[in-house]
Design a protein around this ligand. Structure first.
Ligand code: ADP
Length: 227
């Protein structure tokens, strides 16, 4: 589903070069749910932006859903991103003047989905907000807003969900609720990669990769086949 081979990313800041990712390789199969952990500045967001097709690597090879990225034009990359990938960020990034329903409808509107309202209503019910359709972000709790963000990320039925610190601003109870929701989304077949500082929540996932100074220093898979 996601194949990354020897990917490096160098940012230039004036004279200075920042090696955000160094020869990183990672394979993720369809249906996996994995955590990315590591200290601040280690390259986690850079990796998510590259997997999420928001940025291109400086060198290395990437293919997403069987499509080699280096062969795609920017337009093709945008189309692949729109059809394949959903994002949830730490900062919720909902449109503050739009209701929950309108926020979830927005990506479907851009994708030309005429059944946007019906699907947005269903998605908000699925994340437990069937009674908050017409609330504005300012009228919801942090946990509820993040649920709307998850519903919005699922709008175009992505096969991959990328979540960058989705519980960073939440109390532990709301954070657990968001992880339960992500588990439910994963069980329905969506591949999920989540960046988290929360060691306990990371430990609840079948696979954790650790990044330090742009390099992968650990890739731990738990055997979940034993009941
Ligand atoms: P993390 O998500 O683990 O905190 P990041 O991927 O955000 O790490 O950053 C990795 C390194 O790349 C850091 O040193 C950061 O300062 C640098 N970096 C990230 N984005 C940019 C950018 N757009 N321009 C220059 N440097 C950047």
């Amino acid at each position: 589903m996601i194949c990354i081979e020897n990917v490096s990313k160098i940012y230039r800041r004036g004279q200075e070069e920042v090696h955000a990712l160094v020869n990183l390789s990672l394979q993720v199969e369809a249906g996996e749910f994995l955590a990315v952990v590591g200290p601040s500045g280690s390259g986690k967001s850079t990796l998510m932006n590259i997997i999420g097709l928001l940025d291109r690597p400086t060198s290395g090879h990437i293919s997403i859903a069987g499509r080699p990225i280096e062969k795609l034009s920017t337009k093709e990359m945008e189309a692949l991103r729109r059809n394949t990938i959903g994002f949830v960020f730490q900062q919720f990034l909902l449109v503050p003047t739009m209701t929950a329903l309108q926020n979830v409808m927005l990506p479907m509107y851009f994708a030309g989905n005429s059944a946007a309202r019906k699907r947005a209503t269903e998605l908000l019910s699925r994340v437990g907000l069937g009674n908050r359709l017409l609330h504005l972000p300012s009228q919801m709790s942090g946990g509820e807003i993040q649920r709307v963000a998850v519903a919005r990320a699922l709008a175009n039925n992505p096969s991959i969900l990328l979540a960058d610190e989705p519980t960073g601003n939440l109390d532990s109870h709301a954070a657990e609720d968001i992880f339960s929701l992500l588990h439910e989304v994963n069980r329905s077949g969506t591949t999920i990669i989540v960046v988290t500082h929360n060691a306990e929540l990371a430990a609840s996932l079948p696979r954790t990769i650790t990044i330090r100074d742009g390099r992968m220093i650990a890739d731990v898979k738990k055997d979940t086949s034993i009941a």
